[in-house]
Design a binder for this molecule. Structure first.
Ligand SMILES: [Zn+2]
Length: 638
């Protein structure tokens, strides 16, 4: 990513908007919300509003010229005191300069300039329950943190400016309360820019206001919004309007495109319309149906789910579905802590998979294969994010996105489709969570209520636990058709001893097949059942419900009569040989002997695999030794 070297700063002044411009309709809306508030706050598991106040409404007036890396303007914050309040704490970068803080037109004293904090002293105590407001007027050159919280760039030689605050960058460009549990109930943004540009924003566009060679673009949003989902983008956008069909109404789909990419961007919106209808049917009404959904093109190589207006640097179908899905998962219901970021990213990733399942089933299988390969490419790592200050870890594609999505897929497998979809819809529509925030425990409670299951063990293994299982399946069938299956697993990380899961196996022969689900609760577990045909093939988890890898499936006939024999694979092998033995076998040592019986390598027997890339070609013997004697198997090094 590239930023313009900033030209000489222009000092712009903006008329400070009087607080009497405040729309009375908002007060009514706030009052309506207030009636439910005490109940709502008490029940919110992810925590009450912090800092002694609850954000109600924001009025932002900014002057932005995309040719100049600079912001000036004012932000009026309406809030309700939740305790008797003597000062207000906002987050605001020390790089910005506060010109004034006012309340009802009177200047307030404040301190700013250390730890990115703006502390405003209230002249008299604001009692708990009182609605009040302050206006902060400020200017400066915003720093650029995270994924580019405040960026300027060009496309086709034309300046462009955009913001992307997630996770911690809102304070880089406006005075805010960076609290996931305190959404702003309602928002107006007024962005004044040279008249060659248009401004993309949250909510509905109101009539623009032209003054000389500048235009003020007013976006009005009447739904609760998390601080990091407020965004603005400015360039010479060309605008396209389409409509998606929802269950009850049609939805405006706006595209703000670079003129040189207009056909691509409007075509992408056309592609997305049936996906909007699909998610609306599957997960309940599009959350901002009385406003819009939109794409605003920007210069970052991905997408960002700004509420009602995703900023898009790529129009790949999967990214479009992902950002759209965030309107339900992330925007309507926001993760209540960054450690729970998978509630945003796991679901958005999973819904991009569900779009494949519904619209192009062949891609769905490939999608699941690739997610599983990504998750199991390393033996460790949890969906839970233990270090939320590490942005790379927070947004880890392997753990937060792919493992998060596949854990949701496994929750669907464990709960069953009906309980899963109903539980997730209930989670999205729970009055304590909808248009608010949620934790993993909230999702767990809803899925437990619809499935009747206790998911504590599942989440201990798959949310906080690390790694994945590798299965060994050994089967046989007798003359009467009774199939015997021995199922065992090794785990890739010591944080989980055993993954209790329903394991699907597909038995087939000559055009007949039968899928059997085995409730795997212990190692070396034996299962017996009858199949009305002579099985010749067994496929482990053929529809890819489970995160697992290095699985091995064989019949007793193929193994030889001795079921205690050591199983090696692949064989022949080139770089690495893997072994599976009953987990109860007490192994003391492992070694490799050459054709002359000489020990050429030794290994940790519990490692389960060995790098043999240095061995020369030929036949070898792997020997595992335990107190009850050795297990041996031959393999060929290619
Ligand atoms: Zn995302």
């Amino acid at each position: 990513m590239r930023s313009l070297p900033f030209a000489a700063l222009i000092l712009a002044t903006l008329p400070v908007l009087s607080q009497t411009d405040y729309d009375p309709e908002i007060i009514q809306q706030i009052a309506r919300n207030e009636q439910h508030r005490p109940l709502l706050d008490a029940a919110r598991s992810s925590g009450p509003a912090t800092r002694g106040f609850d954000m109600k409404y924001l009025r932002c007036a900014w002057e932005l010229d995309p040719a100049v890396r600079y912001i000036s303007g004012s932000v009026t914050s309406w809030f309700t005191a939740t305790t008797d309040l003597d000062e207000l704490l906002f987050d605001l970068s020390d790089s910005l300069m506060v010109d004034a803080v006012t309340r009802n037109g009177s200047a307030l004293s404040f301190t700013h300039g250390t730890n990115d904090q703006l502390v405003i002293t209230l002249p008299t105590t604001v009692p708990a329950g009182q609605l009040d407001s302050v206006t902060v007027t400020y200017h400066g050159v915003p720093p650029n943190t995270g994924f580019g919280s405040f960026e300027t760039d060009t496309h086709a030689g034309v300046p462009a400016l955009w913001t992307l605050s997630e996770p911690y960058g809102a304070k880089d460009w406006w005075p805010c309360k960076q609290d996931l549990n305190d959404k702003i109930d309602s928002l107006d943004t007024y962005v004044t820019s040279p008249d060659s540009y248009r401004v993309a924003g949250n909510g509905l566009l109101m009539a623009p206001d032209t003054l000389g060679d500048h235009i003020t673009w007013h976006w009005r949003h009447r739904h609760p919004i998390a601080h990091y989902l407020i965004a603005t983008a400015v360039t010479n956008y060309q605008v396209d309007e389409q409509y998606a069909q929802l269950s009850t109404d049609s939805l405006l789909m706006l595209s703000y495109a670079y003129p040189e990419d207009f056909n691509l961007v409007s075509g992408a919106a056309t592609y997305l319309l049936p996906r909007i209808t699909f998610f609306d049917q599957l997960f309940g009404p599009y959350p901002f149906a009385n406003e819009k959904y939109g794409h605003a093109q920007f210069g970052w190589g991905g997408g960002m789910e700004h509420q009602t207006m995703s900023f898009m640097g790529s129009f790949h179908p999967e990214i479009m579905a992902h950002e759209l899905a965030h309107q339900w998962f992330g925007d309507k219901v926001t993760c209540g802590s960054w450690a729970d970021i998978w509630l945003n990213e796991g679901f958005a990733t999973y819904l991009s998979g569900l779009a494949y399942e519904h619209f192009s089933p062949n891609s769905w299988n490939i999608w699941k294969r690739d997610k599983i390969l990504s998750v199991t490419s390393q033996p460790d790592g949890s969906v839970f994010c233990p270090d939320t200050n590490n942005i790379g870890r927070l947004f880890s594609s392997r753990l937060t996105y792919n493992k998060g999505a596949m854990v949701i897929h496994m929750l669907r497998w464990v709960c069953g489709d009906s309980a899963f979809y109903q539980g997730v819809r209930n989670y999205l529509e729970d009055p304590d969570l909808a248009y608010g925030s949620a934790t993993t425990a909230d999702l767990q409670a809803h899925l437990e209520a619809t499935s009747g299951l206790d998911l504590t063990g599942f989440l201990a293994d798959w949310f906080t636990g690390e790694g994945y299982p590798s299965y060994t399946t050994i089967w046989s069938q007798d003359a009467a058709g009774v199939v015997t299956v021995s199922l065992s697993q090794v785990t890739s990380h010591p944080s989980v001893d055993f993954f209790e899961l329903p394991v699907p196996l597909r038995f087939s022969a000559g055009g007949m097949d039968s899928t059997v689900v085995l409730d795997n609760t212990s190692n070396d577990q034996l299962f017996y059942f009858h199949l009305p045909f002579a099985v010749d093939t067994v496929a482990f988890d053929p529809d890819r419900w489970l995160i697992s890898a290095q699985n091995f499936t064989t019949s007793v006939a193929d193994l030889g009569a001795d079921r205690s024999a050591l199983v090696l694979f692949p064989n022949p092998a080139k770089d690495r040989i893997t072994w599976n033995v009953p987990a109860s076998f007490p192994m003391l040592s492992a070694r490799v002997l050459d054709a002359l019986g000489r020990v050429v390598m030794s290994a940790n027997p519990r490692a389960g695999s060995l790098d043999i890339s240095e061995l020369s070609h030929g036949s070898y013997l792997l020997e595992l030794r335990g107190p009850s004697g050795p297990l041996r198997a031959r393999f060929v090094k290619e």
